[in-house]
Design a protein around this ligand. Structure first.
Ligand code: TPP
Ligand code: MG
Length: 546
């Protein structure tokens, strides 16, 4: 058997069941071997899309994503998606064919490219070691790393004897140190207004965090990537950071203890530190000790798995002695009523600026929130518009929001929705894009139609790179380079096999209701011509980091 086939079958034997990619000569055999081993291959139209689909699939399922690309341009096309995955610590294995001969037109420095964007370079070193090499690469990916495995063409084509697939050593959760548990218990026992901010490392650990939060009276918030984690709790403040509601910002700003759980507490989650009150005790719990204090100094760092730490501290807290403030903490009837009344962005009054053939993006988002089924997965691209869907569209849980924004690249939103849709076919995928990001990633509209995904693509179309318009417009700079003539994106959608609707007014959304009523045979593209009178406050915040 050739190495390419042995590696593909070996990976399928490790449980790889879904693979994204674009196939050329260098990854043809390994991809077919994965398929022969039982995996589903999802063909994208651009490797940038394929990489993001694999990333989003991994985020949504919790299992490592797998991407396969052709040598040279196949890998360079995928680099933006690989960078996003690496920055997000997505478990992702990239099978990158490699032309090892320097005189080959396809030759690039695969390991150098991987390292340059923070991915882990790996390699099939020889026919004899190939299976063990692939196995090691997959195990590294399982530990929440993005791994680029170079598959040199000469090694791929050599014969090898496939041995048995060794069992994977899974990374087990790390228990927190006893002293750290005592220290965090003391902090929470003395807390009067504790707030938990949960990040991606807390996904799937809602029950343990809610139990501990109940025991110490903490309010609950998440970073943007973990939106939905505390859905349904009366103490849920939703997202902390640029997307926080005025009420969430006020209550977090009044906290005396803030605990980040599997959350980096970066500039976005803390509004460049402004959301963290200077007198608050800041704690960070993370299973990666290197993540603790990386973005902000903390008073107490607890290396350990989120669920194990929350369980241990809840046990240690026990029943609070009666009359101690820790018994109710921040959870007063008044706070609960305020969250119930003002806890969502749609509860915040605004002046509808729709008119003149353009719809206010807030009105658009609120109307869609009412129309779309609750069982949805929302994926959001980058740009000035990005806060509207992120803030106004509710999601069923943390798997219902896929936010590939660590690299702040535009053009990833559609592929994100595709990867999430493949992972969760039971949910309606909603891709929220700007016109710039939509047209950058446009080739994957064909993938949506070909796969028969019942997706809704909403384009917040201001006929501009709105982020740049609003960033530089106030300074009086010329804006011709970031403005575009009107484009009929609904017609483009129809060309790819979508139903296409142009929306200039809330009444134009009636066909969306009809589409949702069924049979949803074709995906739906909504080209919403949105008002663009002013920029968004969350982007001003994000630009501070540039
Ligand atoms: C790949 C990439 N190129 C350029 C940028 C710079 N950029 C940030 S936002 C933006 C505009 C996006 O336009 P659009 O998708 O229409 O969203 P809008 O800002 O208009 O709401 C651009 C060009 C980027 N973030 N990523
Ligand atoms: Mg735009």
């Amino acid at each position: 058997m050739r190495v390419a086939e042995a590696v593909g079958r070996g990976l399928a034997g490790l449980g790889v069941n879904t693979v994204f990619g674009v196939v050329g000569s260098g990854n043809f055999h390994v991809t077919n071997a994965l398929v022969a081993g039982g995996a589903r291959f999802v063909a994208a139209r651009h490797e940038g899309g394929a990489a993001v689909m694999a990333d989003a699939w991994a985020r949504t399922t919790g299992s490592p994503g797998v991407l396969t690309v052709h040598q040279g341009p196949g890998l360079t096309n995928a680099m933006t998606g690989i960078a996003e995955a690496a920055k997000s610590r997505t478990p992702l294995l990239v099978l990158a064919a490699e032309a090892p001969e320097i005189r080959s037109n396809f030759h690039v420095d695969v390991a150098g490219l991987a390292a340059a964007v923070g991915a882990v370079p790996e390699r099939l070193y020889s026919p004899a070691s190939a299976l063990a090499d692939a196995h090691r690469a997959y195990a590294t990916a399982l530990g929440r790393r993005t791994v680029v495995l170079a598959l040199p063409l000469n090694v791929q084509g050599s014969a090898c004897e496939p041995g048995p697939v060794p069992a994977l050593r899974r990374a087990y959760p790390t228990a927190p140190a006893a002293e750290a548990v005592i220290a965090l218990t003391e902090v929470l026992r003395g807390a009067r207004r504790p707030v938990f901010i949960a990040g991606r490392g807390a996904r799937g650990r809602t029950a343990e965090l809610e139990r501990l939060a109940g025991a110490c009276g903490a309010l609950l918030a998440t970073s943007a990537v973990a939106k939905g984690l505390f859905r349904g709790s009366p103490w849920n403040l939703d997202v902390s950071g640029g997307f926080a509601t005025p009420l969430a910002a006020e209550l977090i700003g009044d906290a005396d203890v803030i605990v980040g759980w599997g959350c980096s507490l970066n500039m976005w989650t803390t509004r460049h530190g402004k959301l963290i009150p200077p007198r608050a005790t800041l704690v960070q719990v993370d299973d990666d000790p290197a993540a603790i204090g990386r973005h902000r100094p903390v008073h107490l760092g607890v290396p350990g798995d989120v669920a194990e730490t929350a369980r241990a501290v809840a046990d240690a807290l026990g029943k609070p002695p009666s009359g101690t403030p820790g018994a109710t903490g921040y959870r007063s009837a008044e706070v609960r009523d305020r969250i119930a009344g003002q806890g969502r962005w749609r509860d915040v009054a605004y002046k509808d600026e729709s008119g003149g053939g353009r719809i206010d993006p807030r009105t658009l988002s609120i109307t869609l929130d009412d129309l779309l089924p609750a069982e949805r997965t929302v994926a959001v691209d980058s740009g000035n518009f990005m806060g509207y869907p992120s803030m106004f569209l509710s999601v069923p849980d943390e798997a219902g929001f896929c936010f590939t924004q660590a690299f702040q690249s535009i053009g990833l939103g559609l592929a994100t929705a595709i990867g999430a849709a493949v992972a969760r076919p039971d949910r309606l995928a909603v891709a929220a894009l700007g016109d710039g990001g939509a047209l950058m990633g446009v080739s994957e509209l064909e993938t949506v139609a070909r796969l028969g995904l019942p997706m809704v693509v909403v384009v917040y179309d201001d006929e501009a790179y709105g982020a740049e318009v609003h960033h530089f417009g106030p300074d009086g700079d010329p804006l011709e380079v970031v403005r575009f003539p009107p484009t009929d994106i609904a017609a483009i959608g129809r060309g790819f096999g979508f139903d296409g609707v142009t929306v200039r007014d809330p009444a134009d959304l009636a066909p969306v209701r009809d589409w949702l009523d069924g049979p949803r045979e074709r995906p739906l593209l909504i080209d919403a011509k949105v008002t663009a009178g002013h920029g968004s406050w969350w982007l001003e915040e994000a630009f501070r980091g540039h």
